[in-house]
Design a protein around this ligand. Sequence first.
Ligand code: GLN
Length: 244
Amino acid sequence: MEEENLKISIAHLYPELLNLYGDIGNIITLKKRCEWRGIEVEFEEIHYGDKINEHDLYFIGGGQDKQQEDVADELFKNKWFLMGERDKGAVFLGICGGYQLFGHYYQPHDKPKLKGISLMDAYTVAGDKRFIGNVTARTDFLTPETLVGFENHSGLTYLEGETKPLARIETGNGNNGQDGFEGARYKNVFGTYLHGSFLPKNPHFADYLIELALKKRYGQNIELQELDDKIEKLTHNSLINKPY
Ligand code: GLN
């Protein structure tokens, strides 16, 4: 299929609440890497109280515990719809606080447990230490294999069942600072602790998500044309194993 006739629809969930450290940069990257290839993007911001419509890709950013508390009940109202979207192959990317709400629950310090939407088999409990610093992790499915970013969380995330880690930690703490893993994947649902924002520094992963969203929409593998990623690659490589 020619790229100029292609389209994907993207929803940004609760940007007014979960957008810590400029996580909007992930949306900008997805939009631009489609636009540069002539792929049309139907984009929708979903604000608190809005109906969530069907999309090919859903994004949710990170936030402090307070913003997570503000959004958790509203997100939970859409749990079954979003699980249905997951099972139809929709792509999800959650960053940090958004990632935590993709699991079964997030237990903050000294506050009631926040229900997650169980898109993946995981749970998060607040730790006693805040992990803040540069992260490098290595996947077994991307080229290049590396993912880089910045973490700032006290939540410790543990994966269960068929939910697998996104990458193996090389520098930093990742999910919980204990098991050596960062992020998670189940079906086309992805979570990561990497801010920065994440996708501008990892354009190869942005393209991977776009290809998954195209496959969900058109039911076939569509390989994206290469872009001139000189600057993006220099940025990515300059951050590999950057000191914590
Ligand atoms: N409030 C959560 C934590 O501290 C998530 C933080 C974030 O999104 N950066 O673990």
